[in-house]
Design a protein around this ligand. Structure first.
Ligand code: GLP
Length: 262
């Protein structure tokens, strides 16, 4: 696992975006794995600048989101389908027909999960997967104790996750945080060609420590990244504040000036 510690959230977003753009450019069938939450928003803004500079076109790039709430009315502003449309598809000029989000409104949710796995496989798999991390170490909505081999499925959200995400839901929206979701499994995520996880702020420091330097354990789902041969964790100083091997990470990064285009 590559661990990169940068001074602030802007630099985290910038390096993550350049890394992702390089992966997409190199691929003959580029597929971007999309994450929601606040952590990747800077990446999308930085990718937009790269697109505007003419160094990358997202027009033919396919996209698959990690997860979706179950039971939100269609078009609800906090449904991940809407978030992805608003924050990613429109600003980056992606073709909406090429971007999928798990269908949390399906009558048959299990069939929707199976369809999603099939669609990813038919697209040739995800080229590069963007990941944030929850304070409890979740990625996508794979809460602690998720199987390291799990595939896209229905999950119950942890109380801590519902509380953390309550800030996005207002009474005016007419819905509170759902209790269930559909999420790509840890096994699904590990199938991506490369993984780029970003974290900012002290609130993520323990999750980063456990996931990067702790044992591989379903109690800290992001520790599954240790099983992936091309996983990169890009964090700011605050999120790195509980890591032990910081000198090693800094030396490794400093020794590879062209790392982001590797
Ligand atoms: C959300 C998403 C995750 C995200 C995480 C952290 O619930 N399902 O994909 O990584 O929680 O969110 P934030 O980046 O807002 O801290």
């Amino acid at each position: 696992m590559e661990v990169v510690i940068l001074p602030d959230a802007d630099e985290v977003a910038d390096l993550a975006a350049r890394t992702i753009a390089a992966e997409l450019r190199r691929s003959e069938r580029p597929v971007i794995g999309l994450a929601t939450g606040s952590s990747p928003l800077g990446i999308y803004a930085a990718l937009r600048r790269i697109v505007q500079s003419g160094e990358l076109s997202m027009a033919g790039v396919r996209g698959f989101a990690l997860d979706e709430y179950v039971g939100l009315p269609e078009g609800h502003p906090e449904s991940y389908a809407e978030v992805i449309r608003r924050e990613v598809v429109e600003p980056l000029g992606m073709d909406p027909a090429l971007v999928r989000v798990p269908d949390g409104a399906a009558d048959d949710l299990e069939a929707a999960c199976a369809d999603y796995e099939t669609a990813i496989a038919q697209a040739g798999g995800v080229t590069v997967q963007i990941l944030g991390i929850g304070g409890n170490g979740h990625i996508g909505f794979n809460e602690p104790t998720s199987s390291l081999a799990s595939r896209t499925r229905i999950k119950t959200l942890a109380t801590a996750t519902r509380e953390a995400n309550a800030r996005f839901f207002t009474e005016a929206d007419g819905a509170s945080v759902p209790t269930h979701c559909l999420t790509q499994g840890l096994g699904t995520i590990l199938d991506a060609g490369s993984l780029v996880l970003v974290a900012q702020g002290e609130g993520k420091a323990e999750a980063i420590r456990q996931s990067v330097e702790g044992p591989v354990s379903s109690l800290w789902p992001a520790s599954a990244l240790q099983l992936h041969p091309r996983a990169t964790v890009i964090v700011d100083e605050a999120a790195a504040s509980r890591l032990e091997l910081v000198d090693y990470y800094r030396e490794t990064f400093a020794a590879k000036p062209d790392w982001q285009l590797a």
